[in-house]
Design a protein around this ligand. Structure first.
Ligand SMILES: NC(=O)C1=CN([C@@H]2O[C@H](COP(=O)(O)OP(=O)(O)OC[C@H]3O[C@@H](n4cnc5c(N)ncnc54)[C@H](O)[C@@H]3O)[C@@H](O)[C@H]2O)C=CC1
Ligand SMILES: O=C(O)C(=O)COP(=O)(O)O
Length: 384
């Protein structure tokens, strides 16, 4: 069996090497079995029938139409936590450059032409900026990145307030005892000197930092957005800078409205751009893709449930289907009617979708497979 993998964006060769024998890496493939992607938008892309999975080598999946993929039985993965340390380190740098006038200072120093050492000592007073120690940091979103930045900020002597209405148990275990729980966003807005965003971008989080939010904040607050540009309303943050409410906005998502604006520091989406993160993400994406292609096991999907079972029996069939009653009943009836015996099976669900793996004691007939495919709500059937 040979599989074709198409990569979009630059995916680390160290990760791609995990595919090994039996895999063709072809960026021009019209009918790939799997796609590996970073930030390229797939919203307008028509997916071929051959496509079984898409792996986002990174965290954010807002560039992928995950429900549309689920409807076609295409499993979408991401790589949780694989680039979190890189973002944490950039967030610390972002806090520092939001406070100390390092960027303006460097630009000014580079503009000097003569008597540089003397001019520096004479002019440096214009670049005074406060320390972060002792200040209040509000962290919105306590996932892989939010936990790391919260703990690092505690160690830097900051008072940290964290807000995450859906915090996972693992994330809560990982938080330093020094991090205080904010009951709502209002508490963060009212108390923080620095606010850093670490939640995903979706319909609910779009425009979280808008004029009403800025109005509740302390004067001179510093905003760090390494999450997604759409979480902050550009016009509103620019107005808040103009009025002095916001002292500095550091964003990893420059656009035409934000570049070259006083008080805005734009970084060209460098959060995950470290060799370590690029390797980690690509390795995880490749391993999860390989596992899915070769065994049908699902690990770290964002549109189907995680579902893993050791391979056994003579043949494995996997069924991606809607999460509606009596699917397993109908599938097993189709198999029983064809005198096929199930050796092991597992069925997991997540939201509107579910996934079933069945290891059979004998090979499925074409008829039985056709019957399963015809069940209302079945999205894809694979034979492995
Ligand atoms: N600048 C860059 O290069 C990178 C940016 N990112 C961005 O950072 C985001 C977070 O990444 P991770 O921490 O790895 O993801 P994660 O999934 O581990 O954590 C996200 C956290 O946000 C929380 N959350 C969801 N909705 C929320 C809300 N309305 N209010 C507060 N919290 C909410 C979730 O409960 C979860 O704990 C990604 O979705 C992505 O957009 C991630 C990696 C690199
Ligand atoms: O992982 C994420 O969510 C990121 O934003 C990283 O994006 P990138 O892989 O560097 O294009």
């Amino acid at each position: 069996m040979s599989y074709t993998i198409k990569t979009l964006n630059k995916i680390s060769p160290k990760g791609l090497s995990k595919f090994g024998e039996g895999y063709v890496l072809d960026d021009n493939a019209a009918n790939p079995d799997a796609i590996l992607v970073r930030s390229a938008s797939l919203h307008e892309v028509e997916f071929p029938e051959s496509l079984l999975s898409i792996a986002r080598a990174g965290a954010g999946v807002n560039n992928i139409p995950i429900d549309k993929c689920a409807e076609k039985g295409i499993v979408v993965f991401n790589t949780p936590g694989a680039n979190a340390n890189a973002v944490k380190e950039l967030a610390i740098a972002a806090m520092l450059i939001s406070s100390r006038k390092i960027v303006d200072g460097i630009n000014w120093a580079n503009s000097l032409t003569e008597n540089v050492a003397k001019e520096v000592e004479k002019g440096k007073a214009q670049f005074v900026g406060p320390e972060i120690e002792g200040k209040v940091l509000g962290v919105i979103g306590l996932g892989a990145i939010g936990v790391l930045i919260s703990n690092a900020a505690v160690n830097l002597g900051m008072e940290v307030l964290g807000y995450d209405p859906y915090i996972s148990i693992d994330a809560a275990w990982g938080l330093s005892r020094g991090v205080k729980k904010a009951p709502d966003l209002k508490t963060i807005f009212e108390q923080a000197d620095y606010i850093t965003l670490h939640m995903p971008y979706n319909e609910k989080t779009k425009g979280t930092l808008n004029a009403a939010a800025f109005a509740q904040m302390k004067d001179g607050v510093r905003i760090i957005n390494l999450s997604r540009g759409e979480l902050v309303v550009d016009e509103d943050v620019l107005a808040a800078i103009e009025s002095g409410k916001v002292s500095t906005y550091v964003t990893d998502f420059p656009n035409e409205k934000l570049i070259n604006k006083p008080g805005v520091i734009t970084i060209p989406h460098l959060g995950a751009s470290t060799p370590e993160s690029e390797d980690n993400c690509a390795e995880m994406a490749a391993k999860q893709t390989k596992l899915y292609l070769e065994t049908g096991n699902i690990k770290n999907s964002v549109n189907f449930p995680n579902c893993e079972m050791p391979m056994s029996g003579v043949q494995r069939i996997t069924i991606a289907h809607r999460n509606v009653p009596n699917m397993v009943g109908q599938i097993s009836t189709a198999l029983a009617d064809a005198k096929l015996n199930i050796e092991h099976m597992i069925n997991n669900s997540r939201g509107d979708y579910a996934y079933t793996i069945i290891d059979l004691e004998n090979k499925a007939t074409d008829d039985s497979l056709a019957r399963i495919k015809a069940i209302e709500g079945v999205l894809r059937v694979r034979v492995i």
